[in-house]
Design a protein around this ligand. Structure first.
Ligand code: 13P
Length: 272
């Protein structure tokens, strides 16, 4: 899609940043499921330039299988993680170059399930963003607070701690703050897979805090152009209410993205 079509679609959608709807399938779905998912999208998506972007993050074993159809459907194909190193003795890991070679155009970085169960530090997450961009991948940088951090009034500190290595890397020129290569996803850990969605007001407040941090450190131009998605128990029933908050530029959906019907219902719930 041309830049003019992208800008036109964004304006028609009534938003200042282009909406992005992302599916994170985590460690779910088999080959037959991903084929059926893509069949359904091919059937339901309009051929006309869309007013929003779509991103699918399958298990890495399906990247190659999905690559051509994602290109045909103008979908971003996203790895769920990449290793910060270019190659080497890292059993079970995937490098950014391998993900790109298999057809990925984006990768998640720093999902809370990786930060938690794989002990990824803020610095490691940032190194992954650098590695991804070096291989031409966009990075969807995930962050968010735990419940004890929210209850202890630590949210602002947590956001600064998680964001600052990324901001430093942008200042140093190691990461490009280009919305075609970088986006953020706010995923409060207490809302992931729990059915406990953040209220639209709380999500909007958190997004505003994140954007304020970006503005303070990087200036208004960069802060205004980067998308911030919301993730955490988004489903067809709550998508419309969340979407009314213009601070939210889209969603990163887990459980409700496993079924193409409910993923499409979320997008339709936002008026598309
Ligand atoms: P759920 O939508 O299942 O809460 O997962 C959110 C998430 O972690 C997406 O990355």
């Amino acid at each position: 899609m041309s830049d003019t079509d992208r800008e036109k679609g964004t304006a028609e959608a009534g938003r200042s940043r282009r909406p992005l709807f992302a599916a994170n399938w985590k460690m779910n779905l088999l080959s037959r499921d991903v084929d059926a998912f893509l069949d359904r999208l091919a059937h339901e998506l309009e051929a006309a330039p869309r007013q929003y972007d779509l991103l699918l993050a399958p298990s890495p074993v399906w990247l190659d299988r999905m690559a051509q159809r994602c290109r045909d459907l103008d979908l971003r194909l996203c790895a769920q993680d990449v290793h910060p190193a270019a190659s080497g003795a890292h059993t079970g890991d995937v490098s950014a170059q391998q993900a790109a070679d298999a057809g990925a155009t984006w990768t998640l970085c720093g999902h809370s399930e990786r930060r938690g169960s794989h002990h990824e530090t803020d610095e490691v997450v940032c190194a992954k963003v650098v590695a991804a961009q070096e291989q031409g991948l966009g990075a969807l940088f995930c962050l968010g607070e735990t419940l004890p951090e929210r209850e202890d009034d630590q949210v602002e500190e947590v956001f600064s701690r998680q964001l600052d290595p990324l901001i430093d890397a942008i200042e140093e020129g190691a990461v490009q703050p280009d919305p075609l290569r970088l986006a953020l996803a706010y995923e409060p850990v207490w809302a992931i897979g729990t059915g406990r969605t953040a209220t639209p007001e709380l999500a909007a407040q958190s997004h505003a805090l994140l954007r304020a941090r970006l503005r303070t450190r990087l200036g208004p131009e960069i802060a205004e152009r980067l998308q911030i998605l919301y993730g955490g128990s988004v489903k067809p029933a709550n998508a419309g209410a969340l979407w009314r908050e213009h601070e939210l530029d889209g969603f990163l959906v887990g459980g409700a993205s496993l079924d193409p019907g409910s993923f499409l219902d979320i997008i339709r719930g936002c008026g598309f």
